[in-house]
Design a protein around this ligand. Sequence first.
Ligand code: PLP
Length: 382
Amino acid sequence: MASSEEQTLETAPDVGELTPPNRTLMGPGPSDVNPRVLRAMSTPLVGHLDPSFIEIMNDVQDLLRYTFRTDNQWTIPVSGTGSASMEAAIGNVVEPGDTMLVPTNGYFGGRMASMAERAGGTVVTVDAPWGEPLDPDDVANALAEHDPDVFGFIHAETSTGVVQPDVPELTAAAHDHDALVIADTVTSLGGVELRVDEWGIDVAYSGPQKCLSCPPGASPLTLSDDAMEKVLGRDTDPRSWYLDLSLLEGYWGSDRSYHHTAPITNVYAIREALRLVAEEGIEARWERHRELAGALKAGMEGMGLEMNAPEAYWLPSLNAVRVPDGVDDGDICADLLERYDLEIASGLGDLTGEIFRIGCMGHSARPENVLLVVTALGDSLE
Ligand code: PLP
């Protein structure tokens, strides 16, 4: 643990006022936060069981249902980051002895596998290279071969800039085998077309810091009645007490009784971020992301750069741009941060050193930011 050498228990640390740099966040998340959300976060704290907070909880649940395009009663913000809602989904739905089918075409399929194993499940995979979506035929074959209890897929793979097309085809195939479907919608919710009910998704989890442009801390999760039936009928308790949905039911269900102290300020924040989604209209918001990311993509291609994903599965909220030969991606990212206060990111895993990851999410998806990325990256690459 880092600590200054002069520090002793007798001297109070001499730490200055917090003055973070004013960055433009165009990386894989977090994205820029709308000032309205920051204002909501500075309003007075109330208790997590205060009648006024119960109203706020109801508002958040209604707004989340609207944004997820679902009527699921079981729709809540999980306390914690996207990995918490991810673990709440997988850790409750996967029981010891269950088999979960997960994808290998990106970083977050790997995290799904790891969480499913920790939940006591057996992991089987459906394969596709990093940078490509799953092929519905491969999914159907894997379902037939392994007969899994749960099928998970990443709707918007932040590590590769790929959106998974054909979702209704995948969910229908899974349901033919009586498998529940868990979708990772961390980089799609509020920015890319997602229709939980119409597409037959049983469980979807997300994070607030991407297309919702909200600081991390309260992460969306929705479960269908079928999924909740499985969760409430488990033979064994989930390994996490904190994320046990049968216990969280007491707080987010009709009782509104204490389970843990909700991160009040983060709930305020997500309420305001979701209010912004509702004001804009969900479909208009998807369209804005496509339009502005389309301009960004055109700007990249105009500079002679190549997108990693073809149009058919290009993910507007995360643009994977191939690093030109002879260029050090880390140097470019550092230069943009230093000279332009602009954050973009390098590739991960199989795509390390091969792509830049440029987000176009939520409040960051604005024309002035697209222009800044195109001119600044052009300048840095010169
Ligand atoms: N899933 C995907 C697709 C993500 O992009 C991320 C974060 O970037 C996560 C899960 C995990 O979310 P968090 O980092 O907020 O815990």
